[in-house]
Design a binder for this molecule. Structure first.
Ligand code: GLC
Length: 791
């Protein structure tokens, strides 16, 4: 095998190695390579060919675990062995990775690069996709891997198309493109260069930590190999071994950080519009929601609340007294979130512009002159979020909004967007004292803005910050939630949102959502009904629509649609304790909230390419209707356990396709047999009703099962949980032939508000005896209540 055939990254012959702590330094003729054993299943490959220092903005607190590994010479190269992996490194820095059984997981491709022929030019394709075609030759870094047998690809954050990315290519270059996002769009607002490969049941991840433009081709060019490439920068990538997808995602969040526990109110329903542009209209919306009994926690103000789109200002003609208005809304149980864009209006005498100019806080051209482009306020300048000083300044200004009563911040247009042509490559930013180009930092601009916003909000409030961002890079989950930008009110976009959100979840951005009902174009009654059914289960649940489109609030169509909205939004509120538990788990191990079926059923290959079903946590399977007029839909129930129809409580064996009738008010929902689901009371907003009662729904299956569940509570807004102020309960259900045993145990009880009653609602008890913590209890209508469970 000729390892050096591919001339692009020519490292030359392997000369030798030395081991320094957990790093194996390998000397090649042309280049030095550092292989870091992060732990027994995460390996980092680093070649500082662009800049000596690591300059990751995704990886901040990665702690290496000291683990045993061995290095030895083998025929033609060296071998590094950890407890779980074997790496073989050869001349020209060709790397092959095997598991302990010797199964090859990931191997560098040695053949020629053979892109397919595009006969007679590329004019039509470029037209269709709205951008030029990428050419491998444009990329300075290029790593190509063998296509293994039966490969599937996932991850890559927010991308168009299907769940499985095999046969497609994508570009990471944060892009605001207002045209309807079709399957052929190869780039959107976010760049998360993290790919999951799955071959013959073995999953692994590749995190290519490079924020220049990057490119991933999953066998579109040629089915013999897949590759990733970057316009420039250091070669810095991580291999993360599974073999489960779950472990890969956990490994990725170990590297890039976990989503912090969100404030509870952020899980409620959110109502938005471009724009509720004056106080009267906003109050009308707030009152309608309460009068109509449609639960809602959050109202948004889009750009028109500002004075001439000047950030950190209010238009006092439209909102005469924002503080008083927000106070009234807060008293009604609403939180208010305001939008902000990075573009600062060029306007002498405007505080933010003057301060920024005076202190050199804005990005400049290559001559050091402040760079201008156009955004909503017209002529605008761009804060340099790469600089810690600027982030601090921006963060401190958030206090202006917080003092007015605002509870969360919506960061938009932070790709950064520009109306007057793209920012040139050589617009300059100051990365902690090092001057860097826009070409290098474009993809992390929104990420750094989110970081500054997070730190500012945390300081100003002491509470868990809520930020929604459009642009992201790997690791943005530490600071912000994300929405998928300007979708359209089309069935195609509803369909596509499901794999998009599932892949975002697999890429660390678990707290994500789409504009429910669609942003551009007019929504229809049926489309809104179906979209709200999906939104009920997505972490961020926000109805939003564009200026000029028809009204899209839950009541904007007809009574039936309003009723469907109410029914599902109420279901969302009912499921909040379950969702909060999922958030808690995710904050610990990166497990996404909504996830593809394969995440929990990797042994069942039929789950590998399901685009129109998802799991919400591991217990709830949702198979939404995404076709107009569908009166029924086929769905797959994964094998390994039974599934109980949420509506009828009928039980189905797993491993089969079934057909479910779907009148417009029915979204097919199936609960895993044996599940424990904590649920909450009916309320108009979170915290409306103070309750010390917990409901626990138990879905028993015919088969004998034993299930465990962890339930978590705290004050839902502060960081006091970090000092132990939380309660943690463990629930175990054993379903035997004659009886069902429930064990309810308090593991941690640091939070003062405790449950006084726990009510179990047991579905499919089938006249069995029931015991709770060893005592037989009476059940009435399959309900059993235990008092004082904190003993
Ligand atoms: C962008 C955002 C959209 C917002 C609009 C006006 O298009 O993506 O959500 O409503 O700007 O601020």
């Amino acid at each position: 095998m000729d390892n050096c055939k591919d001339v692009k990254n020519s490292y030359g012959k392997l000369l030798g190695y030395e081991v320094e702590n957990n790093i194996v330094n390998i000397e090649f003729e042309e280049e030095k390579v550092y292989i870091k054993i992060v732990n027994s299943y995460i390996i980092n490959f680093f070649v500082p060919s662009f800049r000596k220092e690591r300059n990751s903005k995704a990886v901040e607190n990665l702690k290496d675990k000291n683990c045993d590994f061995e290095v030895e010479f083998i025929n033609g190269g060296i071998q590094i062995s950890t407890e779980q992996l074997q790496l073989k490194v050869y001349d020209c820095f060709k790397v092959d990775i095997y598991d302990k059984e010797g199964t090859r997981l990931c191997a560098d491709y040695r053949g020629d690069s053979k892109p397919f022929n595009r006969r007679y030019g590329d004019y039509m394709l470029a037209e269709a996709e709205g951008h030029a075609i990428n050419n491998q030759e444009e990329y300075k870094l290029y790593i190509s891997k063998n296509m293994e047998e039966e490969m599937y690809f996932y991850g890559l954050g927010e991308k168009t198309g299907h769940l499985n990315k095999k046969g497609y290519h994508y570009v990471n270059w944060n892009t605001d493109n207002a045209k309807p996002h079709g399957e052929t769009f190869d780039r959107l607002y976010k760049s998360i260069p993290f790919l999951i490969g799955l071959s013959k049941g073995n999953a692994f991840g590749i995190f290519f930590d490079n924020h220049f433009e990057t490119y991933f081709d999953m066998g579109r060019d040629n089915s013999e190999y897949y590759y990733f490439a970057a316009a420039d920068g250091n070669l810095d990538y991580y291999f993360i071994y599974g073999p489960s997808v779950k472990k890969v995602v956990e490994g990725y969040t170990i590297i890039t950080g976990n989503m912090p526990l969100p404030a509870l109110w952020t899980l409620g329903y959110q109502q938005c519009r471009w724009s509720y542009d004056n106080e009267t209209r906003l109050m009308e919306i707030a009152n309608s929601l309460r009068e109509k009994g449609i639960p809602c926690d959050t109202l948004y103000l889009d750009i028109d609340y500002m004075d001439g789109y000047r950030v950190f200002t209010w238009n006092k003609e439209r909102f005469e007294n924002p503080e008083a208005m927000i106070k009234t809304l807060n008293n009604m149980g609403f939180k208010v979130v305001t939008i902000i864009d990075p573009g600062v209006k060029v306007d002498k005498g405007y505080k933010i512009y003057d301060e920024g100019l005076e202190n050199g806080y804005f990005a400049t051209d290559n001559q050091g002159i402040v760079y201008r482009n156009e955004v909503w306020p017209g002529d605008s300048v761009y804060p340099d979020f790469l600089s810690p000083k600027v982030r601090k300044w921006w963060g401190e200004n958030q206090k202006i909004m917080i003092d007015a009563g605002v509870s969360g911040i919506w960061n938009d247009m932070n790709e950064p967007a520009s109306f007057n042509g793209p920012l040139p490559d050589d617009v300059m930013f100051n990365n902690d004292g090092i001057l860097v180009t826009h070409k290098e930092v474009h993809n992390i601009y929104g990420h750094m803005m989110a970081k500054g916003t997070y730190e500012g909000l945390k300081k100003a409030t002491g509470k868990r910050p809520f930020i929604v961002t459009r642009a992201c890079y790997a690791g943005t989950q530490k600071y912000s939630t994300a929405w998928t930008g300007d979708n359209q009110s089309t069935w195609e976009h509803l369909r596509m949102s499901i794999p998009m959100l599932m892949n975002l979840g697999l890429s660390g951005m678990a707290f994500c959502g789409t504009d429910v009902g669609g942003f551009g174009h007019d929504c229809s009654a049926e489309l809104l009904s179906r979209w709200v059914q999906v939104g009920t289960f997505t972490p961020l649940f926000r109805n939003h629509s564009a200026m000029g489109t028809r009204d899209q609030e839950p009541w904007a169509f007809d009574e039936i649609t309003e009723e469907i909205n109410r029914k599902y939004i109420k279901l969302r509120y009912k499921l909040l304790p379950y969702l909060y538990d999922m958030m808690w788990r995710c904050s610990k191990n990166g497990e996404p909230i909504i996830r593809p079926l394969l995440f929990n059923y990797q042994n069942d290959k039929k789950t590998y390419e399901i685009n129109d079903e998802f799991l919400c946590g591991e217990n709830i399977l949702v198979a939404p209707v995404v076709e107009q007029g569908a009166k029924a839909r086929m769905l797959y129930l994964p094998e390994g356990n039974s599934w109980i129809d949420y509506w009828t409580k009928e039980e189905y064996e797993g491993g089969q396709y079934i057909i479910k009738e779907t009148p417009v008010d029915v979204c097919p929902i199936y609960v895993k047999g044996g599940s424990i689901i904590p649920t909450g009371e009916d309320q108009n907003y979170i915290g409306e009703k103070k309750t010390n009662k917990l409901n626990i729904e138990v879905y028993l299956s015919k088969e004998n099962t034993e299930t465990r569940y962890h339930h978590y509570t705290d004050d839902g807004e502060s960081f006091r949980y970090q000092a132990g102020e939380f309660n943690h309960y463990k629930i175990k259900i054993t379903n035997l032939d004659e009886k069902v045993e429930i064990k309810f145990k308090v593991i941690d009880k640091g939070y003062k508000e405790k449950y006084e009653n726990v009510e179990f609602i047991i579905y499919n008890l089938r006249d069995k005896d029931l015991s709770v913590n060893g005592e037989v209890v009476e059940t009435i209508n399959e309900k059993a209540v235990i008092s004082n469970p904190n003993k």
